[in-house]
Design a protein. Sequence first.
Length: 270
Amino acid sequence: MASPAVKASTKKAAVAAPRARGQSLNQTIRNDIEHKIMSGEWPPGFRLPFEHEMMEQYGCSRMTVNKALSALSAQGLIMRRRRAGSVVAAPSADRAVLQIVDFAAEAQRSGKLYRHDMLERRIEEIDAATARRTGLKPGSRVLYAATRHVVDGVIEAYEERIVNLAAVPQAKRESFADMPIGTWLLQRVPWSDAEHIIGAINADARLARRLGVERNAACLMLERRTWQNTVFLTEARLYYPGTGHRLIGRFSPTGNPAFGLATGTDRGRS
């Protein structure tokens, strides 16, 4: 879900930072804009200065500015609109090779009722194993949240997530009563890199209770970690009942593979 458009300031942009030694001017422009987007200074929908404004700011040609903007567009950080200028793109799960479903949006599109149950929410310090997975230091403080996703009265998935509070401090104040934490992050926190791991496990007693399945039932697990450049943002583990969920892949001889998860819509079908 895209965030509301934000109008660009009418004030003249600040003077660009000095160029790093050996760095091309188009790379400097690109780095400056990327920093503003990743830091949240320019939120989704924010209109970038027009090309002629950047030409004046950086003292360069239109070709140099265009090269920087083209690279940012290819990254998915901005959207270029003819005559209207460029705007910061909304964070999107579609940028990932494997999509993790936005349960609320998917239910709405299907005309179904969605709710999320926040089962646990606490601030904790990570252990050594989590530190190795995330690149954080042992003892770093994170927000831990356990959420159950329910569609039309049926438990669709169970999610356990940690959020790096050093990178997303505003999460500490959120209750996530009105919006699941995954959707909240997608709408507010830009990310640049993601890692996905797909696994199959048998439900232990605790997972069986929370997912509404029999103990030792087969479950699909999707594990996802995201970063903003080199800064770790969040790790989510989503558990699905093994029945009614399929992983679908589409390939081409020259393109990258694309994967998606078909969820509870297939339950009860052969």
